[in-house]
Design a protein around this ligand. Structure first.
Ligand code: C5P
Length: 284
């Protein structure tokens, strides 16, 4: 079989190889103005593999490949922009392979160097989006098994007029706030409870988070002025948009969309791929 080499743009070094399985897509994307950013530039220290998390094997592939296949299967993206660790060559080669196998009419794939924080990686990718992009979904590569329906629910909410959308799940644990103990109490326990949040109002927030591009760019521009402490407190994109006073809407996420962070998460993800649920595309 002769495969046509697709265009993959690397904002820095370019490496192309041909291999891997055919990636199928349905018709060219109906949402011609949507880009998906996949942030994959984290070190993955907590996973303990000694390599970037996106490169860690999962079900015979890398975490990143699972994540990218989910994006493509959802058919929401005209462009996929992946942020990889600065200086990485392995992930760039894997992405090039993946891109070669996309069918004609599939998304354009762009690769950028990520930054030292997740927000820096998002900002690098935002700068590389094609002109004419109206909506952007920001997805953690670490959420490798996010079902395609979740991408579609987020994209649908944007099409319906939302400027910001997050996938979210009810929490099962009771969540409390705590403070460090000091004085004599410190010998009893390290922390003391300061309050209990009402569980019915709490949600565990996932990715992909979707935004009107102009709104997310504005939010990240404002965040560029944060001091180190404020910057360290930024854990998702929606919180930056909240600071602008823009309403953030919530759609249903999926339990398979767990963020692979620890060795236990990896075991759970392997189990999801091997177990009776089979594959990622189970409805979330
Ligand atoms: O570290 P954490 O698990 O919160 O990372 C969430 C996502 O952000 C991961 O997919 C990771 O690769 C990405 N990330 C990034 N650049 C960083 C840090 C994290 O792209 N500097």
């Amino acid at each position: 079989m002769v495969r046509k080499r697709r265009r993959v743009s690397f904002c820095h070094k370019s490496l192309l190889m041909a291999r891997s399985t055919l990636v199928t897509m349905s018709i060219p994307s109906k949402r011609a103005v949507t880009a998906v950013i996949v942030v994959a530039a984290g070190s993955g220290e907590r996973l303990g593999y000694g390599m970037p998390k996106a490169q860690v094997p999962l079900g015979g592939e890398t975490i990143l490949m699972h994540a990218l296949r989910g994006v493509v299967a959802s058919d929401v993206a005209r462009q996929i922009c992946v942020a990889v660790p600065r200086g990485d060559t392995t992930l760039r080669e894997l992405i090039a392979d993946f891109t070669v196998d996309l069918v004609d009419g599939g998304p354009e794939v762009t690769v950028v160097d990520g930054g030292s924080s997740r927000a820096d990686s998002v900002r690098a990718a935002l700068a590389a989006l094609e002109d004419g992009t109206e909506f952007v979904l920001v997805h953690d590569a670490a959420r490798a098994l996010t079902p395609e329906r979740v991408f579609q629910r987020v994209a649908d909410a944007l099409s319906s007029g939302a400027k910001a959308v997050i996938p979210a799940m009810p929490v099962v644990d009771t969540i409390k706030t705590v403070a460090e103990t000091d004085g004599p109490d410190a010998s009893i326990a390290p922390e003391v409870v300061t309050g209990t949040a009402p569980r019915e109002q709490l949600r565990a927030v996932q990715t992909p988070q979707g935004f009107e591009l102009a709104t997310l760019r504005r939010a990240h521009q404002a965040a560029g002025l944060f001091d180190d402490k404020q910057a360290a407190a930024v854990t998702d994109d929606a919180m930056l948009v909240e600071l602008l006073g823009v309403p953030v809407h919530a759609v249903r996420g999926a339990s398979q969309s767990l963020k692979i962070t620890t060795p236990l998460d990896l075991i759970i993800a392997e189990g999801l791929l091997e177990g009776p649920l089979g594959i990622r595309w189970v409805e979330g």
